[in-house]
Ligand binder design. Structure first.
Ligand code: DGJ
Length: 532
């Protein structure tokens, strides 16, 4: 009888041989040029049209409820967790079966993956640590709160936890490197909503000592605190924000070390996601998750965790003004905009266009598979109704995502979504202004849609040639020179197939006399203009 070890060796050799036959594709990477970012996949800008599965969906028995939903949504990327508890069932014994299964199924379904490393932190807690860690809370310590009680959150000063996470994450990344020459995985999330609910920081003796010590100079610089002649401790430097800033530094340092270890094994783009604080009326420390990459501490995270390429907001804001503010806050000169989780009412789907207008490299609503619904009675059909507003975005943009990503990287794209009481807006393109209206009928003026669900996108191919698309909106052009008038030379409707525009017909007459109108159907236009 062949021993298990020999069989495993033979299987591994076969896998290596098969892998060797696959041509290695270029590494995905984030590129910055002229102040704009793009995610390069296969050496060209790529727009991630993503959806994230529910938390407990990475099990083969759940996959039949995952892939059909992804297909319905027309995603090109699936965000899906790998659980530390599954990956390292015994100390140092790594189980790669789920990673391999995921790679195989994703390839069969022709989608890319963003893998979420549910490691030390998941929503501020340590619930995904393997059992053998949970059973040893002295070694793999929890945080200690102000009153000396253990909190349901890992200590960022638990050296054994850090070592274990670094080793496991490195093993995971090293495996990806050999198992994925196709680059099915294009990005990895390190931890999930790291930070703490229920305590502002760690009050363990080790943490307390550091809290009373001088603030590292790079933190003062990052937070633009002018250094006085004597060194300042956290309280002196930051007053009421001292504890959240200290915890952000502590957590970011830890996550940064996990990220750096993994990146040294396999340099894929890495990011961390944030449970947000209210962007318009931020409450006092304690009213939001402490320690994560919230908007007030992004600068601390950037210096503490340089191996992370992106700090990304999980946007569940229902207030449109708050949603848009979050997009602005995370679209920075040192940070590409990426929305790894979002949700809320159906009308929020329109903000995908707002994100594109800020050069987002990717977007991903959360909990989009069929494994779990709030309503047990819900049928697949009803579930699809829930997915539909998000699916509409991807069905429209998917076939031309490379074009959109390229135009955005070159600074030639503008996209907007409707806001209540704002029925028109102007998008400047040099000699032309594109004007967008919502709720306009024939030659009637715009009044806004009954629900603000309008969205529009304009890309500039050449001085007088544009790509125009949208839903529930009207787009027209005005010459920037007020003495001139616009005339349509040619308005072509078409579809993108494999990145190439395929002509369907020319729009004229009723189809152009009142502007270019977009309804519920996915319509793509290529518009050539002239003046008289
Ligand atoms: C945000 C987390 O990052 C997700 O994993 C998930 O728990 C959602 N919240 C819950 O809706």
């Amino acid at each position: 009888m062949i021993s298990a070890a020999v069989a495993a060796f033979a299987a591994a050799s076969l896998a290596v041989t098969l892998q060797a036959q696959v041509t290695e594709r270029p590494l995905p990477r984030i590129v910055k040029k002229d102040g704009r970012f793009a995610l390069f996949v296969d050496d060209a800008p790529f727009l991630m049209l993503g959806a994230q599965v529910h938390n407990s969906s990475t099990w083969p028995a759940m996959f039949p409820k995952v892939w059909p939903a992804m297909e319905y949504l027309s995603v090109n990327t699936v965000e899906i967790p790998i659980y530390w508890e599954q990956f390292e069932p015994r100390p140092g014994a790594y189980d790669y079966s789920m990673v391999d299964r995921l790679l195989k199924e994703a390839r069969q379904h022709r989608v890319r993956l963003v893998v979420l490393w549910f490691g030390t932190w998941k929503n501020g807690s340590q619930h995904y640590m393997p059992e053998w860690m949970k059973l040893d809370p002295i070694r793999y310590a929890h945080m200690i709160d102000k009153n000396g009680h253990a909190v349901d959150s890992p200590s960022p000063y638990a050296a054994a936890s850090l070592d274990a996470d670094k080793s496991a994450f490195t093993a995971f990344m090293r495996h990806l490197k050999t198992a994925d020459p196709e680059r099915t995985v294009i990005m990895v999330q390190v931890e999930n909503e790291a930070g703490t609910w229920g305590s502002l920081r760690d009050y363990s003796p080790a943490a307390q000592k550091l809290f009373e010590a001088p603030v590292p100079a790079e933190v003062l610089r990052a937070m633009q605190v002018s250094a006085s002649t004597r060194s300042m401790n956290w309280q002196e430097a930051f007053g009421g924000e001292a504890e959240v800033n200290f915890h952000a530094w502590s957590v970011a340092k830890y996550v940064g070390q996990v990220a750096a270890a993994g990146k040294a094994a396999y340099p894929l783009p890495l990011y961390a996601n944030a449970a947000l604080r209210d962007p318009l009326k931020p409450g006092a420390p304690g009213s939001y998750e402490s320690g994560g990459p919230t908007d007030n501490v992004l600068a601390i995270w950037k210096v503490a965790a340089p191996a992370l390429d992106v700090l990304a907001p999980d946007i569940y804001q229902n207030d449109p003004a708050a949603y848009l503010k979050v997009l602005e806050l995370y679209h920075r000169d040192d940070n590409p905009l990426f929305v790894p989780e979002t949700g809320g009412p159906a009308a929020n789907a329109r903000f995908f266009f707002s994100a594109l207008g800020l050069q987002a490299i990717g977007y991903s609503p959360f909990g989009m598979d069929y494994t779990r619904t709030a309503n047990a009675e819900e049928t697949t059909k009803e579930r699809e109704e829930f997915l539909k507003p998000w699916a509409m975005n991807y069905r429209l943009i998917g076939p031309m995502q490379r074009e959109i990503a390229r135009l955005n990287f070159e600074g030639k794209l503008k996209a907007v979504a409707e806001e209540k009481l704002k029925v028109a807006e102007t998008l400047p393109f040099g000699a032309w202004n594109a004007v967008v209206w919502y709720g306009a009928t024939r030659n009637n003026r715009a009044v806004g849609n009954p629900e603000p669900i309008g969205r529009a996108l304009v890309g500039q191919f050449k001085d007088n040639q544009f790509l125009v698309t949208g839903y529930f909106s009207r787009v027209d052009f005005r010459p920037a020179d007020p003495d001139k008038h616009r005339q349509f030379l040619r308005v072509e409707e078409g579809t993108y197939e494999n990145g190439v525009f395929k002509f369907l017909r020319i729009w004229n007459g009723d189809e152009t006399d009142w502007g270019l109108n977009f309804g519920v159907e996915p319509v793509v236009l290529r518009v050539s203009l002239a003046t008289y």
